[in-house]
Structure formats: C-alpha cells, structure tokens
Design a protein around this ligand. Sequence first.
Ligand code: FES
Length: 176
Amino acid sequence: MAVADSLSNNTADANHEMNPSDTFPMIDTIIEQYRDTGGALIPVLQSTQNLLGYLPKESLQYISRALKIPYSEVTGVVTFYSFFSTVPRGKHVIRVCLGTACYVRGGKDVLETFSRELGIKVGETSEDRQFSLEIGRCFGACGLAPVVMIDEDVHQRVKPTKIRELLVPYRNGEES
Ligand code: FES
C-alpha cells in the first residue's frame, strides 16, 4: 500500500506533549497545501500524524471542520488504515509480522516474547514511551520468516531467545 509506505511512524516524538490546539495553525498550513486537490483527507491526516506523532481527537475534529467532512467519516478513515494511530506511539515502533509464513515459523512466539520483554500488549506503548508494539501482515520477506520491523529496520529469522539482544541498541539509543 503506497500510502502506508510513505508514512514515517514517529517523526515527532518531541511534539507528543504539545497541546493539540497549539498545533491548529500548523494543521492549517498542511490543509492549505491540499485544499484544492481531490482526496485531501488522507494526505492531511498523514502529514498531521507526521507532525504530532499521532492523531489526537481534537486534531481530527479540527480537520473535520476545516475540510467540511463529517467527523464520522474522518474517524472511519483513521480506523480503516492501521498506520494511523489515535494514541501516542513510542520512540520505536515494533511490528511483528503475523502473515502466514511468519505465523507458521513462530511469529506468535516472537510476538509474545516482545510483549513479555517490554511489558506491553499489542497496540500499547511502554510507560517510558520508548516502544510501541504492533502486528504486521507480511512485509514481503516471507522466505526469511519470522520477520520483525523496528522502525525502518527489517530483522529476519528472529528467534525469541535473541529478542533481548535485538533490543539493546534501541534501548541504548545506538540504533542506526
Ligand atoms: S508473512 Fe511475514 S514477511 Fe511475509
């Protein structure tokens, strides 16, 4: 999905603490860029999420009013596309593939091990805001299953016993 590929998961960690209303002028600037193009909603949502790191309710309401699109339609789009998030994400987003090839090669064990190691469930973010845990559906590397993406890094043939080691550079801020 091209639109998903264009998303960066967490470009605005520093903005997680911003008051959503403080960002309305920035959202106005984004909307101005797309106002005259058809299908402005998705690019506006993408850019807003890139700006804030997630899509707070207040921002969705503001976008709904500004684009004159019913709020239910805006939230419907946000719910439909898994790359949109209405809760703040961690600095690092871990996506464990549970596509068929990864599932049969132990993806579920990998997911459970990440969950135990980080103390969070799927869809949650660790208290220190370092990690969010999500499920992926095939990253196109099935021959190297099970596959995990951490931010933009692809990790192949991931073994549960190696997960603690895998997380070390991210925990230490030494990731590439
Ligand atoms: S099923 Fe996991 S990469 Fe394809």
